[in-house]
Structure formats: structure tokens, C-alpha cells
Design a protein around this ligand. Sequence first.
Ligand SMILES: [Zn+2]
Ligand SMILES: [Zn+2]
Length: 255
Amino acid sequence: MRADVRQVADGAYLVHGSDTNWVILTDGDTATLVDTGYPGDRQLVLDSLAAVGSKPEAVAAVLITHAHNDHLGSAEYLRSTYGTPVLLHEAEVPHARREFLQQVSVGAVLRNTWRPGVVPWLVHVLRVGGTQQHPVSAPEAFPTAGPLDLPGRPVPVHTPGHTDGHTVYHLPHLGIVISGDALVSGHRTSRLHGPQLLPVMFDHARTRTVDSLELIAGLDGDILLPGHGPVHRGSVREAAEQARDRARRTGPARP
Ligand SMILES: [Zn+2]
Ligand SMILES: [Zn+2]
């Protein structure tokens, strides 16, 4: 499998891994990497950096939207091999260390195998190491409020719900919002296309996930780079509102 790297703006690339997306922001040959796919996506992460003219030792920092296995996969590898700082919201730091786990349980997934796409998704998860734990041994909270002094100058915005410390990254000058799993545009276990929330079983606190859509709706932008699904072009506000309306229609069903 090859890394599917799509340039979405000057110095901004959305990469589709085996199931999860990550984003590369470049400034010359230095880069910011936002999320790192599944543990089994490591070679794709390295290939994608090469594809944009960078390399792992030139990654200034790894930013994590949230510490689920499909986003955290190569973070500890990059930190321990290249000394790359791994930055997250302070509420997500202990999650990245695996002091606790806010991820859907195998039991909850098995109760949902009647849903379309869940069994093929589960097979894929097992194949790419999605049930292995790869804690980050020294994750760091963001050093300051406001824009980070990194390629792309991303602005972290705390959007709790999917996990307690979930963070989206706003690039105001490019009109980009990197939304992680707080707002996606598709998933193997969903029949919907376009802006939506993940199925309820994946959220730690669904009500807060829905509330956080208001925060995303307030971010100026017209390019949405989600953790799952294709790039979504169009008003980020309207995308967040569409996901909220869809979530309200399906209701607060328990996993
Ligand atoms: Zn997630
Ligand atoms: Zn995810």
C-alpha cells in the first residue's frame, strides 16, 4: 500500500493512511505532523513525509488530536527515534501515557457487529495493530496558548467529547480546520457521506462531542481535514452544523 498524499493548500497535505488520516504542514523541509495513523501505518507515515520533501528528523513536532490508537500509532516511535516532541492538550497527556483508556471496548464493538461495515472494520483494526497499546512515554502539553511556533502555525482548539482532551487545529491564514474525530466526513462503519460524527460507540462522551461542534462552527475556514473520510471543501461552520443536525436526528443512542 502506498501513502495517498493530497496537497490541499500551500504547505498543507492530507494523507490517507490505511483507515485514518494525518496532516503534514511544511515550511521548507521542516514539517509539523498532525496525527500518525495506526501502529501498522508507520511505513506510510515515513513515505508520506518523503513525498512532501521532508523526512522524520525534520519534523519539528508531532501534534495529536487525541490519543486513540489510530492517531497515536507512530508518535512514540518518532519521539524515541528522533527526539520529536509529541504535543497534546493537557487533558489528553495522561491518556497518551495510557494512565487510562477512553476507547471503545472490544465488547462494545462486538455488540455492534450487526451494523454495516463493523466486521470488515474490525478485521482491518486487528491487522494494523489497532488493539496494541503504544503509549507515549513523554507526551507534552502545548507550551503556550494561541498559535504554536511550528510550521503551519496551527492554533489548538480544545473540543472535548470524543475524548476529554480532543483538540482540533485551526490554520486561520489558510482557512483550514484539522478536525480529528470531532467531525469526520466518512468512516468504514458509516453509510453517510459528508460531515458527520462517528458512530456513538466511538465517543467517550457523546453529548460533549455534539456541544464541541459549536466551537468548530465558530472557526473561520473552508477546508476541513478530518481524521476519517475525504477532504471537505466548503464552509466549516455549515459542515459542523450539518454534523450536529445529523447527530440530533439519530439521537443519543447508547452503544
Ligand atoms: Zn478517535
Ligand atoms: Zn480515529
